[in-house]
Structures are given as structure tokens and as C-alpha cells.
Ligand binder design. Structure first.
Ligand code: ARG
Length: 465
């Protein structure tokens, strides 16, 4: 005699039990147990709607609601026993419900399928994590703003090609990251709006013959509306991809900041010092203080982008509607979210605890002939030289300073006149980095006044949303 498949949810037509390898590849409970809260919340909304629509009796609905709450508390106090043979979180919850309330548990799955159920659960999970991401990004932005406020007028070298370019202010550099993380924040807000349509009630793919009220469940679960096409509702994982892509872009931004912090903390730069709490030592070199935290933040983009590419490739070419391939979306998105938030929190911690060597920054800001552009601009403004000629004259002044192994600011007036005789002593007043940064007062420029305007703008913006 053949053994009957023991699966209580779908075993009816089967005569043989699942092969253990089948069970191993099929089961998702080890990871989708993270959807337990959302699954129960979704089921509670569905049961309430079934009862309100007269599809199940109110006494059955009440028993189901109570049973689901019992399961929720079992899960919260870790006494719930998850079973691999019950495949996933949906069937684990339903099987337990049957043990608690008996056969009426089977009525919960009326007018619903695991396909719309999992899409709804995962959307709610991702939505919670969009909200958490928004908070973590705002925390980071606040720390950057406070760094910018402290050093709105501290000069530091500005780089292009990692070569000394022009002096900038510490505040300006910090606010550059505020812009980047601010764009990430707007992506978070934007993607959350797009996600917020409820798949529940799409059932397997075609909708249902029961008189359900999808608006009611959508509302109860905090969605803006039910998703409009039931086929799309169960086959869409764009919301996972958007989460992973925004996480990847943000992690890329974090990696650039982390890289700068690593460079700045080196003995060759000494711009900043990491707090001991965010550094590690070396087991062989006693003098070492390593920026491990920043390095790990720098690395996370690899993992997050890997998750994004992984899910994108799972989804590529999948025919509509649901396919089991889509179960492979969960581990990457869970892992990505954990690591993304850890990276954000780590960066916030690092930045709120660094010491900035203001004097070293200031001294470095005048190195590498960083005020050469100011000299060229002066020649244009005061002597009416075309910019190209001013550029050439300044180049000759730099060459002269280089042969004399001194800085532009160390050239005497007569030395400068030997390059271009019309130069007057008025030029001496602009030969310093403070003048340089103050003068770049164009909108969005590095002048402390501009930086303070941006700080004000961002502080107001953060209180609004
Ligand atoms: N564990 C499944 C997943 O994560 C749930 C949906 C299963 N649906 C199905 N028809 N087998 O995708």
C-alpha cells in the first residue's frame, strides 16, 4: 500500500509522501518565520472581512481571531514550534490554528491563496523596513548636519582626482553627504508610496467568486488601496527590488564616506581620529588603531548589491503569475535589511564620535597650490585679463613657486611682478585659504554663509517629514 502524503494543506491528491530532498528544497520556514507577525496581522484582517461580508459566521471569525492572537503570543514568547514539514510560515500558522480552534480554522483560507498571502506579508515587512530605513537615514543626516554646524568655516583641502584642488569648508563637505543621503531618503519615501497597494484578495491569481471587500482589508492593513490587477498582485516583486536597489545606492554612498574617513584617519593625513569605541587594534603591531568599523561599512555595498542582482535575476523571465522561484526573494531581502541598518547605525556611531583635527585640516588646505584659482580669478577681476590668459600667468607663478620650493603665498611681490608686471600688492590680501572659501559665495558654494543656509534648510526639512 502506498503511503499518503501527510501534508494537511495540499496532500489530498497525493499518494506518496514527499522525498526528504523535496522537503529540504521546498521548505522556507527557517527564514520566512520572520514574516510571522505580518502573516497573523494579514489573517486577522482577512477573517474580519470574511465575517463582515457574511462569508464566514461571526462566531467562527471570533474563534479564529482569538486563536491567531494565541499564536502571536506563542511566537512572541518563543514557545511556537515551527515545523519544516509544514513548509512555510503560512501553513505553520494555519496548522497551529487548527490545533487550537479545530476544523473551523480551515475557513480562514476561504477566498485567499498563499500567493496573495505571501505578497501581502512581504509587502508589510518591507514597508516596516522602509520606515526604519527612513529613521536611520534621518539620524545619520542629523549627525552630519551637526558636524557641518561645528565646522561651517573650518578650511580643509577640497580634492578632485584625489589631488589638491581648491580649499573648501568642513561644513560644505559634510553637507555634500547630507545631499546624498537626503536623495536616498526621498527614494525611501517615494518607493514606500509605490509599494502601498494591497495584494490580499487577489487569491491564487484570478481573484475570487466570494463577495470579498478588498478595500476593507487594504484599509485594515494600512495600505492606500487594493492592487488593481490580481495577476500582477501575486507576481510583482518590484517592491523587493526597489528596496534592494535603494539600499545598494545608499550603501554605495556610505562606502564613499567610509573610504574618506579611512583615508583621513591615516597617519599620512591625520585629519580625523576615530574614537576607540569604533576602532580595533592589531594583534602584532602595538601602535595600530584600525578603522575596521568604517571598512566594514565600506564593504556592505557588495553584499547589498549582490542581493539586488540575485533577486533581479530570479525575477528575470518569470512567466506570470506566481512561481515558486519567488520564494528565493526572502533570504536576500532579510539579510540586506539587517546589514543595511547595521551599516547605517555604524556610520552614525562613527561620525558622532570622531575628533576632527581642525589645525591639520587648515594647514593641509593651503598645500598643493590650492589657491591658484583665486589668483587667476583676481587677475581677471582686477586686471581685466581674459580667464585663459590669467590661467596661464598663474601657471607660471606656480612653476616659479615650484622651482623655489615654496608656496604661492611665499612669493614676494617683485617675484610675482617678474612673471606679470601689472600685479599689485593688492593681490597679497587674497593669498590665504580663508579668503578663498569666503569668496566662493555663489549659491551652493563653499562659503560658510552658503553652508549655513543649507544647514538651515535641512534642519527645517527634517522637522517637516
Ligand atoms: N513560501 C512561499 C513563498 O515564499 C509561499 C507561497 C507559496 N505558494 C504556492 N503556490 N506554493 O513564495
Amino acid at each position: 500500500m502506498t503511503k499518503k502524503n501527510s501534508n494537511p494543506m495540499w496532500g489530498g491528491r497525493f499518494t506518496e509522501a514527499s522525498d526528504p530532498i523535496m522537503e529540504a528544497i521546498n521548505a522556507s520556514i527557517d527564514f520566512d518565520k520572520r514574516l510571522a507577525t505580518q502573516d497573523i496581522e494579514g489573517s486577522r484582517a482577512h477573517a474580519a472581512m470574511l465575517s463582515a461580508q457574511g462569508i464566514i459566521s461571526s462566531s467562527d471569525a471570533e474563534a479564529i481571531q482569538e486563536g491567531l492572537l494565541t499564536i502571536l503570543s506563542e511566537i512572541n514568547n518563543n514557545s511556537f514550534e515551527f515545523s519544516t514539514s509544514l513548509e512555510d510560515i503560512h501553513m505553520n500558522v494555519e496548522a497551529r490554528l487548527k490545533k487550537i480552534v479545530g476544523d473551523k480554522a480551515g475557513k480562514l483560507h476561504t477566498a485567499r491563496s498563499r500567493n496573495d498571502q505571501v505578497a501581502t506579508d512581504l509587502k508589510m515587512w518591507v514597508r516596516d523596513h522602509w520606515d526604519a530605513a527612513g529613521c536611520a537615514l534621518k539620524d545619520l543626516i542629523r549627525v552630519l548636519i551637526s558636524q557641518a554646524e561645528h565646522g561651517a568655516d573650518w578650511t580643509m583641502p577640497g580634492f578632485t582626482h584625489l589631488q589638491s584642488a581648491q580649499p573648501v569648508t568642513w561644513g560644505h563637505h559634510m553637507m555634500a553627504y547630507v545631499e546624498m543621503f537626503g536623495r536616498d531618503l526621498s527614494r525611501v519615501i517615494d518607493a514606500r508610496i509605490r509599494l502601498n497597494e494591497c495584494p490580499l484578495g487577489a487569491a491564487a491569481l484570478a481573484g475570487t467568486s466570494f463577495p470579498i471587500d478588498r478595500h476593507m482589508t487594504a484599509r485594515a492593513l494600512g495600505f492606500d488601496r487594493p492592487s488593481a490587477n490580481s495577476i500582477d498582485a501575486v507576481s510583482d516583486r518590484d517592491f523587493v527590488l526597489e528596496f534592494l536597489s535603494v539600499a545598494s545606492i545608499n550603501a554605495m554612498h556610505l562606502s564613499r564616506l567610509a573610504e574618506e574617513l579611512v583615508i583621513w584617519s591615516s597617519a599620512q593625513f591625520k585629519f580625523i581620529v576615530f574614537n576607540d569605541r569604533f576602532s580595533t587594534g592589531s594583534s602584532i603591531m602595538p601602535q595600530k588603531k584600525n578603522p575596521d568599523a568604517a571598512e566594514l561599512v565600506r564593504a556592505k555595498v557588495g553584499r547589498l548589491l549582490g542581493a539586488y542582482v540575485g533577486v533581479l535575476i530570479v525575477m528575470k523571465g518569470l512567466p506570470l503569475a506566481y512561481s515558486k522561484d519567488m520564494q528565493e526573494d526572502k533570504e536576500p531581502v532579510f539579510d540586506a535589511a539587517d546589514n543595511w541598518f547595521l551599516a547605517l547605525k555604524t556610520m552614525t556611531g562613527i561620525l558622532s564620535n570622531i575628533t576632527v583635527n581642525r589645525e591639520i585640516l587648515a594647514a593641509a588646505s593651503s598645500e598643493g597650490f590650492s589657491i591658484a584659482t583665486d589668483v587667476a580669478d583676481w587677475l581677471v577681476q582686477k586686471l581685466d585679463l581674459p580667464f585663459r590668459e590669467a590661467h596661464h600667468v598663474t601657471g607660471q607663478l606656480v612653476a616659479l613657486a615650484e622651482t623655489k620650493k615654496c608656496d604661492l603665498t611665499d612669493l614676494t611681490l617683485s617675484e610675482m611682478k617678474s612673471v606679470y608686471s601689472d600685479i599689485t600688492e593688492e593681490i597679497l590680501s587674497i593669498l590665504n585659504v580663508n579668503h578663498s572659501v569666503q569668496s566662493r559665495n555663489s549659491y551652493g558654494g563653499t562659503a560658510p554663509d552658503q553652508v549655513r543656509l543649507q544647514i538651515k534648510y535641512w534642519k527645517e526639512k527634517l522637522t517637516k517629514n
